[in-house]
Write a new protein. Structure first.
Length: 219
């Protein structure tokens, strides 16, 4: 009986640890009570996109005031830009054509793309901050538009029915619209990343998937 009780206790502890490792779905940043997790910073309307390919342009500024001045300097052309505070920095995030640069540049960080979209459709850009310890996982989900990560530190493995993608610092990752996916923070470092979902403005950016099950490619 004692041995059975110890086995049951060990199982419950293991289950608790497994549950603690699941980040689940991203929550609004207003609900943030801890550093670790996935937090939705903003959902910024981008509007109609005429072309089939766009890019995610990232500029860094010394502080929020400088970033806001750069945004104001874009005038009406800045409708696809937004200032984001994330990972201790101020960023100007912009969805536009290849080669776009702000009138008042900061430190150019990245051009991530091409992101394939449907011409003539209205889109919205959901920006998130993801901080995960190795072993943490997402729920199984899918997006109504392309997703991309700008990884500052750590490693992320994403499994889909088509295989897996691994994102590391300095190597942006792009996931096309549609397939179900399951994300795992891999490697030995804490994952720290800014995430974009460029989604259909008439639909939620993310939906939970119940039919497809991951096969463990990211273990």
């Amino acid at each position: 009986m004692r041995a059975m009780s110890l086995m049951l206790l060990s199982l419950l502890v293991a289950m608790g640890r497994a549950q603690a490792q699941a980040v689940g779905t991203c929550k609004p940043v207003a609900q943030r009570t801890a550093e670790i997790g996935c937090w939705v910073i903003t959902d910024h309307p981008v509007g109609l996109i005429a072309q089939s390919d766009v890019y995610w342009h990232i500029e860094s500024y010394p502080d929020s005031a400088e970033a806001q001045r750069a945004l104001a300097g874009e005038g009406a052309a800045g409708a696809r830009s937004v200032v984001v505070q994330s990972l201790g920095k101020s960023w100007l995030m912009t969805i536009d054509v290849a080669g776009w640069r702000p009138a008042h540049p900061g430190v150019h960080v990245a051009d991530i793309g091409p992101l394939h979209v449907t011409p003539g459709k209205a889109y919205s850009a959901t920006y998130m901050e993801a901080i995960m310890t190795p072993g943490m996982t997402s729920s199984v989900h899918r997006h109504s538009g392309p997703e991309a990560w700008y990884t500052v530190a750590g490693e992320t493995c994403l499994e889909t029915p088509n295989g897996k993608l691994v994102g590391t610092a300095g190597h942006p990752t792009i996931v096309p619209e549609g397939p179900p996916m399951f994300l795992t923070a891999t490697g030995k470092q804490q994952r720290r990343a800014i995430v974009l979902i460029l989604h259909d403005a008439t639909r939620p950016s993310t939906s939970i998937e119940t039919e497809w099950k991951p096969t463990g490619r990211c273990k």
